[in-house]
Design a protein around this ligand. Sequence first.
Ligand code: PLP
Length: 305
Amino acid sequence: MWSDLNDLILPSPIQEVDFPLLKNKNIRLWIKRDDLIHPWVSGNKYRKLKYNLKSAIENKCKTIVTFGGAFSNHLHATAGACALLGLKSVGIVRGEIDLNNPTIKFCIERGMNLIPVSRTAYRLKENSQEIMELIQKYPDCHMVPEGGTNQLALRGASEIVDEIKIQWNEMPEIISLACGTGGTTAGILSANTLNSKVIAFSALKSSHLESEIKQLSDFKNADKLSVQTDFHFGGYAKWNTELIDFIYDFEKQTDIPLDHVYNGKAMFGLFKLILADYFEPESTICYIHTGGLQGINGLKYMAGK
Ligand SMILES: Cc1ncc(COP(=O)(O)O)c(C=O)c1O
């Protein structure tokens, strides 16, 4: 299905990064650049949408209906992927629609029909009368949940591990990444070829994310998972100058941009753990860059307001 999209960069490249801290602690860190997969459908969004869109096409669904906030990476990627594949897309958006918001602009330019709903209805999703009535207008649709997490998404995310195995021959001791709903992490855990530990950094305040991820992956490789919950910077999409300075320095030294919602926080957390000798010397870590770089435009837009 994706074979007609000539510009997908797959397998996504893996590159080693070099920092004095890594040398001092004798740790080797590689980054799997899923952020480079496609400018519109990057990172874990490609992984999570791949089999959802394949299934929609196979079942002759012409429309994808999904949910997201005003700066959502998921809405952005869904709008982009549907435009590329000739599918219609509908985005049910939490709260008002600001036509100058760069994510919203992108979605509209890619033909997504954006429908604002109240925050209460949004929270209830299909259990709200308002949203049920909206969905009924698209009888031939394939629904993708908020954030894109479902079993088809897990299947797509599990391919990250298969790719690493092929690219690397043997697996790194640790695979690390950012998490929100935990779908991408659950997909990695569900990979048959996994024999690394998985360290996931929560981008939001949550006390039950670890058990949710284990349930999502049907407890497969559950003993390999650790979820770090101390690096959310106050909650989802919250940030401070320490985080922005870290992101800026990281990009200056590596040429690798990080977003402030997911990857900036996760990489910050990973560096803190390395500094605190959380890892044995000579550990090998492969960090999965889950994309989300379109969100930086949103940050700049809000700062300029
Ligand atoms: C860029 C980025 N990284 C990480 C995540 C977290 O992924 P998950 O919800 O699968 O844990 C998201 C949200 O889906 C995201 O947009």
